[in-house]
Design a protein around this ligand. Structure first.
Ligand code: IDP
Ligand code: MG
Length: 147
């Protein structure tokens, strides 16, 4: 079973899309095992996007994701990392397929609503940026046999 990290960027919360977006993952059958709302520190933001350090969009990206509260979640399920990326859609909402979250609700690349981990290694690292092990829930799901 894989775990992946999703976080909703400040514009998702401000546009009242938090429930709508989280429901996409829930409806797919992914299991919500951790959830919190927080203001990212500069250090957390830098660590999340370290691979983009030095690019022209890096400073505005950091400013944007620290500009207001974000909502972070851990979802668990079979192939959770690629499944969540597929639900999220392409980085640029203008080319993201309809039916994906960015395709349906996104407007610009910079404000593309949310982040989802792109590999198992990054998922493990990113989960640790937001959550301690004791904040990740272990519970049986009554529908487990159907997932
Ligand atoms: P991803 O979020 O789909 O994984 P990445 O290429 O990892 O996309 O980029 C991280 C974030 O940086 C994107 O979600 C987007 O907000 C921002 N970003 C990426 N490319 C550009 C760009 O060309 N202009 C402005 N912002 C960008
Ligand atoms: Mg990325």
């Amino acid at each position: 079973m894989q775990r992946t990290l999703v976080f909703l960027k400040p514009n998702s919360i401000q546009r009242n899309l938090t429930g709508t977006i989280l429901s996409r993952f829930e409806q797919k059958g992914l299991k919500l095992v951790a959830l919190k709302m927080l203001n990212l520190t500069e250090e957390q933001a830098r660590s999340l996007y370290a691979e983009h350090d030095g690019k022209d969009f890096f400073p505005p990206l950091l400013r944007f994701i620290t500009s207001g509260p974000v909502v972070a979640a851990v979802f668990e399920g079979r192939d959770a990392v690629p499944v969540c990326r597929k639900l999220v859609g392409s980085t640029d909402p203008s080319v993201a397929e309809p039916g994906t979250i960015r395709g349906d609700f996104g407007s610009t690349v910079r404000k593309n609503l949310l982040h989802a981990s792109d590999s198992r290694e990054n998922a493990d690292r990113e989960i640790r940026v937001f959550f301690g092990e004791s904040e990740i829930m272990n519970y049986d799901c009554c529908l487990e046999e159907q997932l």
